[in-house]
Write a protein that binds this ligand. Structure first.
Ligand code: NYM
Ligand code: MG
Length: 209
């Protein structure tokens, strides 16, 4: 039995990730067992701390919260591996790239940000939904949470695009213009996802380096 694919969807707040993850999962499910996961997973004890931080009911040092985001992925990592080995394709709404991009945008060192995620299951494909801050703002603006500000989002977008160019990850990335219609974005994500599915069919799961 072939293993499942690890398909990561990344993007700025209001890029349409939730809508598109649902559509992708529904479509994949017609031909293969598929599961949706989301980070941060706010349902665990670590996720509860992250949630309080994002809603500004608690304050944490930037490094400390970065490590919590990573720990929140690690606590799911054995389950993800088991799912992939069992032939289940796992679609993930945000993963290590959000971890690095948001913390780096706050001024943390890039190598330091990456280190705690080294060893996690590596995506077969990372699909970045790219949208300008202006277009995102036109979609009803940002919410109340930390980071949901134009200037921060501009920096994060820059950072995501730099990650795409990093040689360690470059081959895994696909950038999709998220400013198009919901249907067009869905189609382009579908095409990009095939890259990950094909990789899972022919190659072993790797770890983040
Ligand atoms: N975020 C998300 C991080 O800063 N680091 C991470 O590792 C992850 C996974 O959390 N603005 C940020 C990005 C978002 C915020 O995510 C909450 P969401 O998808 O809006 O629940
Ligand atoms: Mg959000």
């Amino acid at each position: 039995m072939p293993r499942g694919a690890l398909i990561v969807i990344e993007g700025l707040d209001r890029a349409g990730k939730s809508t598109q993850c649902d559509r992708l999962v529904t479509r994949l499910k017609t031909s293969t067992p598929t599961l949706l996961r989301k980070f941060p997973d706010r349902t665990t004890p670590i996720g509860t701390m992250i949630d309080a931080y994002l809603r500004s009911t608690s304050d944490l040092d930037d490094h400390a919260v970065h490590l919590l985001f990573s720990a929140n992925r690690w606590e799911a990592s054995s389950a993800i591996k088991a799912e992939l080995e069992a032939g289940v394709t796992v679609v993930v709404d945000r993963y290590i790239y959000s971890g690095i991009a948001f913390s780096r945008a706050k001024g943390l060192d890039g190598a330091w940000c990456r280190a705690p995620d080294v060893g996690l299951p590596r995506p077969d494909v990372a699909i970045f939904l790219d949208i300008s801050e202006e277009a995102a703002a036109e979609r009803g603006g940002y919410g109340e949470e930390r980071y949901e500000k134009k200037e921060m989002q501009r920096k994060v977008r820059q950072d995501f695009l730099e990650l795409r160019d990093d040689e360690r990850d470059a081959g895994d990335w696909a950038v999709v213009d998220a400013g198009q219609s919901v249907e067009e974005v869905e189609e382009n994500i579908w095409k990009a996802a095939q890259k990950g599915i094909e990789r899972a069919r022919t190659k072993d799961l790797r770890t983040v380096v």
